[in-house]
Design a protein around this ligand. Sequence first.
Ligand SMILES: Cc1ncc(COP(=O)(O)O)c(C=O)c1O
Length: 393
Amino acid sequence: MKEDFLKFQAQTSPHPLAMEVSKAKGSYIYDEKGQPYLDFVAGVSACTLGHCHPKVVKAIQEQAEKYMHVMVYGEYAQSPAVNYTKFLASLLPPNLQSTYLVNSGTEAIEGAIKLARRATGRSELIAAKNAYHGNTMGSLSLLGKEERKGPFRPLLPDVSFINYNDDEDLARITSKTAGVVLETIQGGGGFILPTANYLKKVRERCHETEALLILDEIQPGFGRTGTLFAFEQYEIVPDILVIGKGMASGMPVGAFVASIELMSHLQQGPKLGHITTFGGNPVIAAASLATLRELQETNIMLEVSEKEQLFRELLQHENILEIRGKGLMLAPILKTAEMANHVILTCAKKGLILFWLQFEPRALRISPPLTISKKEIEEGCGMILEVINMYEQ
Ligand SMILES: Cc1ncc(COP(=O)(O)O)c(C=O)c1O
């Protein structure tokens, strides 16, 4: 299978891990020989409830038997999407009551950009250096690393970049700005948290200039940092919230959420201001609903901070300079990029899945299923330390 994978499936890098997967359950992925791999990555923060959570599988199966795709987004009332958006609205502040469901994170960012431009009549977008918002042309225009986007220029005009966590740079947000797009916690940049009051200052500046604040919670959303969304911990509310990844616990999805009034701009001038065939797909919406119900009805989110603490206690080593991030979005920073690469590849051989962060080569990505057990955390951290120790010899 590996040969065919490399030959027929378009590749994203010269050296993919190319593990041959046979099944996945809970915190483990199994290869073609039935060998288990403890998963500290969760499909890059997507499998919120672990692999093949029974309630998510059941919701998918039941909905697939009733109906799957029946019509493009926005025409028919389909109970999975209606029930999901209603439930989500009940958990969000009063200005985030209308959810536009799409198929991926990057598509949700595209929708948010369009909404900000359409609603304000302005064209400028401001994003942060080292930001990652996805890979379609609009999202790529907001990517804060020139070497990754330069070869694809020309991109969107009127995009400028500020330093994340730099208060002085906020003066660059002006009455020409349609939207300020920020990750609540920078992911690819190295799991960088906003400093005290930074997001409040951004919020204030956006109010002053009437620019829309667009928060990308595609990665920290759905309980990963201990609350349903990370912005709740910074005492601010965005104008547009962008979500995806962990929302359907392993099914492809994205959404952008705004006030009913703001979102109405996509219905007229022009009508069909944003359309999609598969957005709001009933099977995906059923998986999203099952995921959100499980997060609300259990202690999974409450346990996130205890699990973070356990990771921090266990991962103490002279070669780990610091552990960035929050909740179950953690990045131990090793002394060198070579060491991090060695640990990731050696752990993979030994049965522990770790991954890289796009713009911080010294980091180990740790973003396990939120359902991971303490015993599994101990087991995986033990392996990381063992491999770091072996590297020294
Ligand atoms: C913060 C953030 N925004 C946007 C995206 C893009 O999401 P998708 O890969 O579903 O298009 C990602 C994916 O890694 C992300 O982490």
